[in-house]
Design a protein around this ligand. Structure first.
Ligand code: AQP
Length: 335
């Protein structure tokens, strides 16, 4: 029996190279090693204000891009969170074992509360509890995420422990699994690459758009002119080379920067070419899938069917431990 793996992605806009390097590439690498379940987490997405008219295309975008990038639906399960209502049901139960103080400590909540001052809603605060429910509903033991999610996975372990201690053993303690790119910085080189900060390169962007964005991306601030030597280790462009370029090109970029042998624009051009080379097949595959949306919807439908079965089993067990079932599950005729 393979261990179960769960991870999610929000349908909040374009999937970017931070999501790709920090999560999706790792998911693809792990497809055969684990029983993989991936969710498009639309109930998480609505904790910020989104235009409902854009939601269906956001969901289809995220599903399509993931499949195009290599998330093989024959070797994994992909589904939409709101298709399985047990997620919110279990989240409610977990609310009753989660101390408010723990939620108040969550960095993501503090950051988002700053960013969305006009809409600090209870769902934003409760986000990590729903995330614990997402993972534990499937008794997943492994959760591949970017560094920004580690604190939430720690909380999931704590919720699991609290539930098990109060009601009896049901849940495992899930462990995060970081990729070799746990925190990709945005093109501003100041913040994590993020949709909401608009500092990203989208996976489906055209070669022209990629170059346009990279050509003005922030580099080592000490290199004010071409003849100034730089420090590659503090340059975000150099860090990105490490994920897209060959060892020879990475060396070329570091040496050229230190000796002012190359300019930032030359270094960016090489990176841009390599990003475009890696993303072009994904863009082309995505185009094919966009022309055939039924196949993507079918993946989500099959995914939800499988997940519902597992989720309902877990909820039976949870309710039984909590004394909430009253025999209704086992003897429906006596209701
Ligand atoms: N910059 C990043 N570096 C590494 N990993 C990242 N992830 C996100 N940004 C980076 C990882 O991608 C997975 C899915 O992310 P998500 O869409 O659920 O959430 P997010 O972190 O909220 O993405 P954004 O772009 O920052 O969205 P907004 O701006 O809407 O909040 C997760 O595993 C995440 O760690």
């Amino acid at each position: 029996m393979k261990k179960r793996l769960f991870s999610g992605i929000q349908p909040t806009g374009e999937v970017h190279i931070g999501n790709y390097l920090g999560a999706i590439k790792n998911w693809i690498r792990l497809l055969d090693q684990y029983d993989c379940i991936f969710s498009i987490v639309d109930y998480h997405a609505i904790t910020v204000e989104l235009d409902p008219r854009e939601m269906p295309q956001n969901i289809m975008h995220v599903a399509t891009v993931n499949i195009a990038a290599g998330l093989d639906p024959e070797r994994s399960t992909l589904f939409l969170q709101s298709h399985v209502p047990e997620h919110t049901e279990l989240a409610w139960i977990f609310n009753t074992v989660t101390p408010i103080g723990h939620l108040e400590r969550m960095t993501q909540f503090k950051e988002k509360a700053q960013l969305y001052k006009h809409n600090i809603n209870a769902g934003l605060f409760d986000y990590p509890v729903l995330q614990a429910a997402d993972i534990l509903l499937y008794k997943a033991e492994v959760v591949p995420v970017g560094e920004d999610q580690v604190q939430h996975i720690e909380l999931s372990r704590e919720i699991s422990r609290k539930f098990n201690t109060r009601y009896g053993e049901v849940f495992p303690e899930p462990q995060e699994l970081l990729s070799d790119a746990p925190r990709i910085m945005g093109l501003d080189a100041k913040n994590k690459m993020s949709k909401s900060l608009n500092n990203y390169i989208g996976l489906l962007e055209s070669p022209e758009a990629i170059w346009k964005k990279l050509s003005v991306a922030v580099t080592d601030p000490a290199r004010k002119k071409r003849s100034d030597p730089g420090t590659p280790e503090i340059c975000n462009i150099y860090h990105l080379h490490r994920y897209f370029s060959s060892p020879k090109e990475i060396d070329w970029s570091a040496q050229g920067c230190r000796t002012a042998g190359i300019g930032c624009l030359e270094c960016k051009k090489c990176l841009s070419d390599n990003i475009i080379k890696e993303l072009t097949p994904i863009r082309e595959k995505a185009k094919e899938l966009f022309d055939n949306p039924d196949s993507v919807q079918d993946v989500l439908r099959r995914g939800a069917e499988r997940c519902k079965e597992i989720a309902q089993e877990t909820m039976k067990e949870v309710k039984s431990k909590m004394g909430l079932h009253l025999g209704l599950y086992t003897e429906p005729s006596k209701i």
